[in-house]
Design a protein around this ligand. Structure first.
Ligand SMILES: *Cc1c(COP(=O)(O)O)cnc(C)c1O
Length: 362
Protein backbone atom coordinates (compact mmCIF):
# COMPACT_ATOMS: atom_id res chain seq x y z
CA UNK A 1 0.00 0.00 0.00
CA UNK A 2 1.22 3.49 -0.78
CA UNK A 3 1.19 5.86 2.18
CA UNK A 4 -1.32 8.68 1.90
CA UNK A 5 0.57 11.91 2.50
CA UNK A 6 -0.56 15.53 2.61
CA UNK A 7 1.25 18.30 0.76
CA UNK A 8 4.75 18.42 2.32
CA UNK A 9 4.31 21.91 3.86
CA UNK A 10 1.38 20.66 5.96
CA UNK A 11 3.75 18.47 7.96
CA UNK A 12 5.73 21.55 9.01
CA UNK A 13 2.69 22.94 10.88
CA UNK A 14 2.46 22.57 14.65
CA UNK A 15 -1.20 22.30 15.70
CA UNK A 16 -2.59 25.48 17.31
CA UNK A 17 -2.54 25.04 21.10
CA UNK A 18 -5.74 26.54 22.50
CA UNK A 19 -5.82 28.03 26.00
CA UNK A 20 -6.30 25.28 28.57
CA UNK A 21 -9.56 25.17 30.54
CA UNK A 22 -8.98 22.47 33.19
CA UNK A 23 -6.53 21.72 35.97
CA UNK A 24 -6.49 18.16 37.36
CA UNK A 25 -7.68 18.07 40.96
CA UNK A 26 -8.89 21.69 41.09
CA UNK A 27 -12.62 22.38 41.12
CA UNK A 28 -12.82 26.13 40.86
CA UNK A 29 -11.15 27.29 37.68
CA UNK A 30 -10.31 30.84 36.74
CA UNK A 31 -9.76 30.70 32.99
CA UNK A 32 -7.53 33.55 31.88
CA UNK A 33 -5.91 31.78 28.95
CA UNK A 34 -7.87 32.88 25.87
CA UNK A 35 -8.65 36.60 26.28
CA UNK A 36 -12.40 35.98 26.38
CA UNK A 37 -14.18 39.06 27.75
CA UNK A 38 -14.41 39.48 31.53
CA UNK A 39 -18.21 39.41 31.74
CA UNK A 40 -19.34 36.25 29.95
CA UNK A 41 -21.77 36.53 27.03
CA UNK A 42 -24.09 39.57 26.76
CA UNK A 43 -27.53 38.65 28.22
CA UNK A 44 -29.32 39.71 25.04
CA UNK A 45 -27.07 37.40 23.03
CA UNK A 46 -27.94 34.47 25.28
CA UNK A 47 -31.66 35.17 24.81
CA UNK A 48 -31.26 35.46 21.03
CA UNK A 49 -29.30 32.20 20.97
CA UNK A 50 -32.08 30.37 22.82
CA UNK A 51 -34.71 31.83 20.51
CA UNK A 52 -33.02 30.30 17.48
CA UNK A 53 -33.58 26.80 18.90
CA UNK A 54 -36.95 26.43 17.16
CA UNK A 55 -35.37 27.37 13.82
CA UNK A 56 -32.43 24.98 13.87
CA UNK A 57 -33.75 22.98 10.92
CA UNK A 58 -33.42 26.09 8.72
CA UNK A 59 -30.27 26.99 6.86
CA UNK A 60 -28.93 30.34 8.01
CA UNK A 61 -29.05 33.44 5.82
CA UNK A 62 -25.98 32.75 3.69
CA UNK A 63 -25.23 36.43 3.35
CA UNK A 64 -25.45 37.18 7.10
CA UNK A 65 -27.50 40.17 5.94
CA UNK A 66 -28.92 41.38 9.26
CA UNK A 67 -25.54 41.00 10.94
CA UNK A 68 -23.66 42.85 8.18
CA UNK A 69 -26.21 45.66 8.36
CA UNK A 70 -25.90 45.86 12.13
CA UNK A 71 -22.09 45.94 11.90
CA UNK A 72 -22.26 48.57 9.16
CA UNK A 73 -24.57 50.76 11.24
CA UNK A 74 -22.48 50.37 14.37
CA UNK A 75 -19.11 51.14 12.78
CA UNK A 76 -20.21 53.41 9.94
CA UNK A 77 -19.15 50.96 7.21
CA UNK A 78 -20.64 49.84 3.88
CA UNK A 79 -22.35 46.47 4.55
CA UNK A 80 -21.68 45.41 0.96
CA UNK A 81 -17.95 45.32 1.75
CA UNK A 82 -18.32 43.43 5.04
CA UNK A 83 -18.10 39.64 5.09
CA UNK A 84 -18.87 37.58 8.17
CA UNK A 85 -17.09 34.35 9.01
CA UNK A 86 -16.94 31.54 11.55
CA UNK A 87 -14.53 33.59 13.63
CA UNK A 88 -12.06 35.98 12.07
CA UNK A 89 -9.82 32.92 11.69
CA UNK A 90 -12.07 31.87 8.82
CA UNK A 91 -11.70 35.27 7.16
CA UNK A 92 -7.90 35.04 7.49
CA UNK A 93 -7.98 31.54 6.01
CA UNK A 94 -9.88 32.66 2.91
CA UNK A 95 -7.69 35.72 2.39
CA UNK A 96 -4.48 33.75 2.65
CA UNK A 97 -5.73 30.81 0.56
CA UNK A 98 -7.01 33.18 -2.15
CA UNK A 99 -4.04 35.53 -2.42
CA UNK A 100 -1.16 33.47 -1.03
CA UNK A 101 -0.20 29.93 -2.02
CA UNK A 102 2.78 28.07 -3.44
CA UNK A 103 5.51 30.35 -4.71
CA UNK A 104 4.41 33.33 -2.60
CA UNK A 105 5.61 34.80 0.67
CA UNK A 106 3.63 35.93 3.68
CA UNK A 107 5.33 38.33 6.08
CA UNK A 108 4.57 38.61 9.77
CA UNK A 109 6.30 40.04 12.79
CA UNK A 110 8.27 37.48 14.85
CA UNK A 111 5.78 37.51 17.74
CA UNK A 112 2.69 38.08 15.64
CA UNK A 113 -0.43 35.92 16.00
CA UNK A 114 0.31 32.21 15.31
CA UNK A 115 -2.66 31.69 13.01
CA UNK A 116 -0.84 33.66 10.27
CA UNK A 117 1.96 31.12 10.39
CA UNK A 118 -0.36 28.09 10.46
CA UNK A 119 -2.64 29.40 7.72
CA UNK A 120 0.22 30.68 5.60
CA UNK A 121 1.89 27.27 5.62
CA UNK A 122 -1.42 25.57 4.91
CA UNK A 123 -1.81 27.75 1.84
CA UNK A 124 1.73 26.85 0.77
CA UNK A 125 3.22 30.30 1.34
CA UNK A 126 6.70 30.73 2.63
CA UNK A 127 6.13 32.44 5.97
CA UNK A 128 8.74 35.04 6.85
CA UNK A 129 8.91 36.03 10.52
CA UNK A 130 10.65 39.37 10.84
CA UNK A 131 12.67 39.94 14.03
CA UNK A 132 11.30 42.56 16.42
CA UNK A 133 12.92 45.23 18.54
CA UNK A 134 11.89 45.07 22.16
CA UNK A 135 8.80 43.00 21.23
CA UNK A 136 7.70 45.69 18.77
CA UNK A 137 7.17 45.09 15.06
CA UNK A 138 10.06 46.64 13.14
CA UNK A 139 8.51 48.45 10.18
CA UNK A 140 11.83 49.01 8.40
CA UNK A 141 12.82 45.37 8.76
CA UNK A 142 9.41 44.20 7.54
CA UNK A 143 9.66 46.45 4.49
CA UNK A 144 13.19 45.22 3.86
CA UNK A 145 11.88 41.62 3.94
CA UNK A 146 9.47 42.26 1.07
CA UNK A 147 10.52 40.55 -2.13
CA UNK A 148 9.01 40.06 -5.58
CA UNK A 149 7.06 37.02 -4.37
CA UNK A 150 5.58 38.72 -1.29
CA UNK A 151 1.80 38.90 -1.48
CA UNK A 152 0.53 39.32 2.09
CA UNK A 153 1.65 41.05 5.28
CA UNK A 154 -0.34 40.27 8.44
CA UNK A 155 -0.26 42.65 11.40
CA UNK A 156 -2.29 42.23 14.58
CA UNK A 157 -2.76 45.69 16.06
CA UNK A 158 -2.86 45.56 19.06
CA UNK A 159 -0.79 42.41 18.83
CA UNK A 160 -1.52 39.16 20.62
CA UNK A 161 0.43 38.01 22.66
CA UNK A 162 2.57 41.12 23.28
CA UNK A 163 -0.27 43.66 23.63
CA UNK A 164 1.78 46.21 21.69
CA UNK A 165 -0.02 48.86 19.64
CA UNK A 166 1.88 50.02 16.58
CA UNK A 167 1.22 53.78 16.32
CA UNK A 168 -1.01 54.96 13.47
CA UNK A 169 1.90 56.83 11.86
CA UNK A 170 3.92 53.60 11.74
CA UNK A 171 1.03 51.63 10.24
CA UNK A 172 0.70 54.35 7.60
CA UNK A 173 4.45 54.20 6.92
CA UNK A 174 4.20 50.43 6.56
CA UNK A 175 1.38 50.64 4.03
CA UNK A 176 3.09 53.43 2.11
CA UNK A 177 6.27 51.36 1.86
CA UNK A 178 4.54 48.27 0.47
CA UNK A 179 3.90 47.73 -3.21
CA UNK A 180 0.25 48.07 -4.14
CA UNK A 181 0.05 44.36 -4.94
CA UNK A 182 1.02 43.34 -1.39
CA UNK A 183 -2.09 42.95 0.75
CA UNK A 184 -1.90 44.45 4.24
CA UNK A 185 -4.11 42.50 6.65
CA UNK A 186 -4.89 44.57 9.76
CA UNK A 187 -6.15 42.17 12.41
CA UNK A 188 -8.00 44.31 14.94
CA UNK A 189 -9.33 41.58 17.24
CA UNK A 190 -8.74 43.84 20.26
CA UNK A 191 -9.75 47.15 18.65
CA UNK A 192 -12.43 48.04 21.19
CA UNK A 193 -10.02 47.89 24.12
CA UNK A 194 -7.61 50.45 22.68
CA UNK A 195 -7.59 53.76 24.53
CA UNK A 196 -5.03 55.58 22.32
CA UNK A 197 -7.10 58.34 20.63
CA UNK A 198 -5.04 58.31 17.41
CA UNK A 199 -5.89 54.64 16.77
CA UNK A 200 -7.71 53.58 13.60
CA UNK A 201 -8.57 49.88 13.65
CA UNK A 202 -8.16 49.83 9.88
CA UNK A 203 -11.36 50.97 8.17
CA UNK A 204 -9.94 54.37 7.18
CA UNK A 205 -6.96 52.69 5.60
CA UNK A 206 -9.17 50.11 3.84
CA UNK A 207 -10.97 53.05 2.23
CA UNK A 208 -7.93 55.17 1.43
CA UNK A 209 -5.08 52.79 0.56
CA UNK A 210 -4.85 49.95 -1.96
CA UNK A 211 -5.38 46.32 -1.04
CA UNK A 212 -5.76 46.78 2.69
CA UNK A 213 -8.24 44.72 4.71
CA UNK A 214 -9.36 44.75 8.34
CA UNK A 215 -10.52 41.74 10.35
CA UNK A 216 -12.59 41.92 13.54
CA UNK A 217 -14.12 39.43 15.95
CA UNK A 218 -17.01 38.83 18.32
CA UNK A 219 -14.78 36.52 20.39
CA UNK A 220 -13.19 39.11 22.65
CA UNK A 221 -15.09 42.18 23.90
CA UNK A 222 -18.43 40.81 22.71
CA UNK A 223 -17.97 37.58 24.69
CA UNK A 224 -18.97 35.16 21.92
CA UNK A 225 -15.83 33.06 21.35
CA UNK A 226 -17.87 29.86 21.58
CA UNK A 227 -20.19 30.97 18.77
CA UNK A 228 -17.40 31.48 16.22
CA UNK A 229 -18.24 34.75 14.57
CA UNK A 230 -15.97 37.39 13.12
CA UNK A 231 -15.91 39.68 10.13
CA UNK A 232 -13.77 41.53 7.67
CA UNK A 233 -14.00 44.87 5.86
CA UNK A 234 -12.58 44.93 2.35
CA UNK A 235 -12.17 46.85 -0.86
CA UNK A 236 -15.00 45.77 -3.21
CA UNK A 237 -12.76 43.66 -5.48
CA UNK A 238 -11.46 41.60 -2.53
CA UNK A 239 -14.95 41.19 -1.03
CA UNK A 240 -16.01 39.81 -4.41
CA UNK A 241 -13.26 37.16 -4.31
CA UNK A 242 -13.98 36.06 -0.74
CA UNK A 243 -17.70 35.81 -1.46
CA UNK A 244 -16.92 33.40 -4.30
CA UNK A 245 -15.02 30.91 -2.18
CA UNK A 246 -16.40 31.07 1.36
CA UNK A 247 -18.86 28.38 2.45
CA UNK A 248 -22.31 29.56 1.40
CA UNK A 249 -23.61 29.10 4.98
CA UNK A 250 -20.39 29.81 6.87
CA UNK A 251 -21.95 31.57 9.86
CA UNK A 252 -24.55 29.48 11.65
CA UNK A 253 -28.01 30.71 12.53
CA UNK A 254 -27.38 30.98 16.27
CA UNK A 255 -24.10 32.83 15.78
CA UNK A 256 -25.74 35.40 13.52
CA UNK A 257 -28.57 36.01 15.98
CA UNK A 258 -26.28 36.19 19.01
CA UNK A 259 -23.91 38.62 17.29
CA UNK A 260 -26.73 40.96 16.22
CA UNK A 261 -28.01 40.95 19.80
CA UNK A 262 -24.52 41.51 21.23
CA UNK A 263 -24.15 44.66 19.11
CA UNK A 264 -27.49 45.88 20.49
CA UNK A 265 -26.69 45.16 24.14
CA UNK A 266 -27.02 48.52 25.91
CA UNK A 267 -23.79 49.75 27.48
CA UNK A 268 -21.92 46.47 26.98
CA UNK A 269 -18.90 47.80 25.16
CA UNK A 270 -18.65 50.90 27.37
CA UNK A 271 -18.80 48.80 30.53
CA UNK A 272 -16.21 46.36 29.19
CA UNK A 273 -13.82 49.11 28.13
CA UNK A 274 -14.11 50.90 31.48
CA UNK A 275 -13.52 47.68 33.37
CA UNK A 276 -10.59 46.65 31.20
CA UNK A 277 -8.88 50.02 31.35
CA UNK A 278 -9.19 50.11 35.13
CA UNK A 279 -8.16 46.52 35.86
CA UNK A 280 -5.48 46.20 33.21
CA UNK A 281 -3.72 49.12 34.91
CA UNK A 282 -4.35 47.81 38.43
CA UNK A 283 -3.13 44.33 37.58
CA UNK A 284 -0.04 45.69 35.81
CA UNK A 285 0.79 47.92 38.76
CA UNK A 286 0.36 45.09 41.26
CA UNK A 287 2.50 42.67 39.25
CA UNK A 288 5.21 45.27 38.70
CA UNK A 289 5.21 45.97 42.43
CA UNK A 290 5.95 42.25 42.90
CA UNK A 291 8.98 42.56 40.64
CA UNK A 292 7.51 41.15 37.42
CA UNK A 293 8.13 42.97 34.16
CA UNK A 294 4.88 43.82 32.36
CA UNK A 295 4.92 44.71 28.69
CA UNK A 296 2.66 47.66 27.78
CA UNK A 297 -0.69 46.33 26.51
CA UNK A 298 -3.63 47.89 24.68
CA UNK A 299 -5.54 44.58 24.73
CA UNK A 300 -7.49 42.74 27.44
CA UNK A 301 -4.43 40.82 28.56
CA UNK A 302 -0.94 41.36 29.90
CA UNK A 303 2.32 39.75 28.92
CA UNK A 304 4.10 39.05 32.21
CA UNK A 305 7.84 38.59 31.77
CA UNK A 306 9.59 36.50 34.44
CA UNK A 307 12.98 36.85 32.67
CA UNK A 308 13.71 33.13 33.00
CA UNK A 309 11.91 30.08 31.66
CA UNK A 310 12.16 28.22 34.96
CA UNK A 311 10.65 31.10 36.86
CA UNK A 312 7.78 31.42 34.36
CA UNK A 313 7.15 27.68 34.69
CA UNK A 314 7.17 27.88 38.47
CA UNK A 315 4.78 30.86 38.37
CA UNK A 316 2.49 28.82 36.11
CA UNK A 317 2.54 25.98 38.66
CA UNK A 318 1.64 28.27 41.56
CA UNK A 319 -1.19 29.89 39.59
CA UNK A 320 -2.56 26.48 38.56
CA UNK A 321 -2.47 25.37 42.20
CA UNK A 322 -4.99 28.15 42.86
CA UNK A 323 -7.03 27.15 39.80
CA UNK A 324 -5.80 30.05 37.66
CA UNK A 325 -5.04 29.12 34.07
CA UNK A 326 -3.06 31.55 31.96
CA UNK A 327 -1.20 30.94 28.74
CA UNK A 328 2.36 29.69 28.55
CA UNK A 329 4.24 31.40 25.74
CA UNK A 330 6.72 28.72 24.67
CA UNK A 331 4.92 28.32 21.35
CA UNK A 332 5.52 32.02 20.68
CA UNK A 333 9.22 31.82 21.42
CA UNK A 334 8.69 33.62 24.74
CA UNK A 335 9.05 30.77 27.25
CA UNK A 336 10.00 33.24 30.00
CA UNK A 337 6.58 34.92 29.74
CA UNK A 338 2.98 34.15 30.66
CA UNK A 339 0.02 35.84 29.01
CA UNK A 340 -2.76 36.64 31.47
CA UNK A 341 -6.25 37.79 30.49
CA UNK A 342 -7.74 40.71 32.42
CA UNK A 343 -10.67 38.98 34.15
CA UNK A 344 -13.09 40.29 36.76
CA UNK A 345 -11.78 42.40 39.62
CA UNK A 346 -11.85 39.35 41.87
CA UNK A 347 -9.91 37.30 39.32
CA UNK A 348 -7.29 40.04 38.87
CA UNK A 349 -6.88 40.23 42.65
CA UNK A 350 -6.40 36.45 42.84
CA UNK A 351 -3.68 36.63 40.16
CA UNK A 352 -1.98 39.59 41.85
CA UNK A 353 -2.04 37.96 45.31
CA UNK A 354 -0.85 34.59 44.03
CA UNK A 355 2.04 36.06 42.08
CA UNK A 356 2.97 38.43 44.89
CA UNK A 357 3.33 35.44 47.24
CA UNK A 358 5.21 33.53 44.53
CA UNK A 359 7.75 36.32 43.97
CA UNK A 360 8.12 36.85 47.71
CA UNK A 361 8.97 33.17 48.26
CA UNK A 362 11.64 33.01 45.55
C1 LIG B 1 -8.53 36.08 19.36
C2 LIG B 1 -7.87 36.58 18.13
C3 LIG B 1 -8.50 36.50 16.90
C4 LIG B 1 -9.94 36.07 16.82
O1 LIG B 1 -10.16 34.83 16.44
P1 LIG B 1 -11.65 34.35 16.18
O2 LIG B 1 -11.45 33.34 15.11
O3 LIG B 1 -12.45 35.53 15.67
O4 LIG B 1 -12.17 33.83 17.46
C5 LIG B 1 -7.86 37.00 15.78
N1 LIG B 1 -6.67 37.57 15.88
C6 LIG B 1 -6.04 37.71 17.05
C7 LIG B 1 -4.75 38.43 17.11
C8 LIG B 1 -6.62 37.20 18.21
O5 LIG B 1 -5.99 37.30 19.38
Amino acid sequence: MTAMLPRPTILTIEPYAPGASKVAGVNRITKLSSNEGAFGPPPGAMAAFIETAAELHRYPDGGSTALREAIGARFGLDPARIICGAGSDEILLHLIMSYGGEGTELIMSAHGFTMYDITGRYAGCQVIKVPERDLKPDVDAMLAAVGPRTRILCLANPNNPTGYLLPASEVARLRAGLRDDVMLVLDAAYAEYVTDPSYDAGSQMVDSAPNTVMTRTFSKIFGLGGMRVGWGYFPAHIADIINRIRGPFNVNIAAQAAAVAALAEPGWVEKSIAHNTEWRAKLATALEASGIKIWPSEGNFLLADFTSTERAKAADVSLKARGVIERGMGGYGLPHCLRITVGTGEECTLVADTLSAFMHDL
